[in-house]
Design a protein around this ligand. Structure first.
Ligand SMILES: CCCNc1ncnc2c1ncn2[C@@H]1O[C@H](/C=C/CNC(=O)c2cc(-c3ccc(F)cc3)cc(O)c2O)[C@H](C)[C@H]1O
Ligand SMILES: [Mg+2]
Length: 214
């Protein structure tokens, strides 16, 4: 097909959402992906859990691994307090380009830093490049086999502090078995599963919230 799925999602946002209104951007993407073509956004069902965890944590510095089209990026940034920052990491330039436009359309570019490149290379540079001491909140939604190694990398780079909340998408579908085993068995995390369903579907999926205990 001439355009990519992310480009079609961007077009749906430009057609149906109101510039500068993040809620309308989120609704436009959810409507398009529910009624026109499915896409792997965290979606509106799991999105409500993401919203409630974010409101509880109220992070000053947040990290997202796996931007894709920027749906959860907008979902997270719209709830951040003034002066708070979200860094989102995406290694596919084409997806990053679409996400930048969706983030700009929502008017949230001042709260978001989209960094292009693989998480494994970027995580060790977070302190020196972005002056990050530690993250209050991390949303994991990239390749599922990378959740566990990247969590260990965040620990090793001293980017987690006592109370940091990790929220992981897709722990049931497609599943992140190694990650679940790690955070549920490690004495350094207090984990809880939030049952929901896969985006725009009836299949079960859920989010795992893990608090780093230091
Ligand atoms: C070495 C690179 C690691 N470092 C990386 N560093 C930077 N960016 C990275 C890294 N690894 C990946 N990315 C980017 O993140 C995005 C990747 C997202 C991946 N998400 C899924 O695969 C998924 C599947 C389903 C699903 C469920 C049911 C189905 F039937 C079909 C699909 C549902 C869901 O909610 C899902 O999130 C993006 C596409 C990709 O470029
Ligand atoms: Mg996901």
């Amino acid at each position: 097909t001439r355009t990519s799925r992310p480009q079609r999602i961007l077009k749906a946002v430009q057609k149906n959402a109101t510039k500068g209104d993040p809620e309308s951007v989120i609704s436009a993407i959810d409507h398009y992906c529910r009624h026109k073509e499915w896409a792997m956004n965290v979606g509106d069902d799991k999105g409500l859990i993401l919203d409630s965890v974010l409101t509880e944590v109220n992070p000053s510095t947040a990290l997202e691994l796996g931007t894709y089209c920027g749906y959860s990026t907008v979902r997270i940034a719209r709830l951040l307090s003034p002066g708070s920052k979200l860094i989102t990491v995406e290694f596919n330039p084409a997806f990053a380009a679409v996400a930048r436009q969706i983030i700009a359309y929502a008017g949230l570019q001042d709260k978001i830093t989209l960094v292009e490149g693989p998480s494994g290379d970027l995580i060790p540079k977070m302190k020196e490049r972005f002056g990050i001491k530690s993250f209050d909140f991390v949303f994991l939604d990239h390749w599922k086999d990378r959740y566990e190694p990247d969590t260990k990398l965040l620990e090793d780079c001293g980017l987690l502090k006592k109370g940091t909340v990790l929220l992981a998408d897709n722990v049931i579908c497609p599943g992140t078995p190694e990650y679940l085993k790690y955070v549920r068995n490690s004495p350094r995390y207090e984990s809880r599963y939030y049952k929901s369903n896969l985006e725009y579907s009836k299949v079960e999926d859920g989010l795992e919230k893990s608090v780093f205990l230091g």
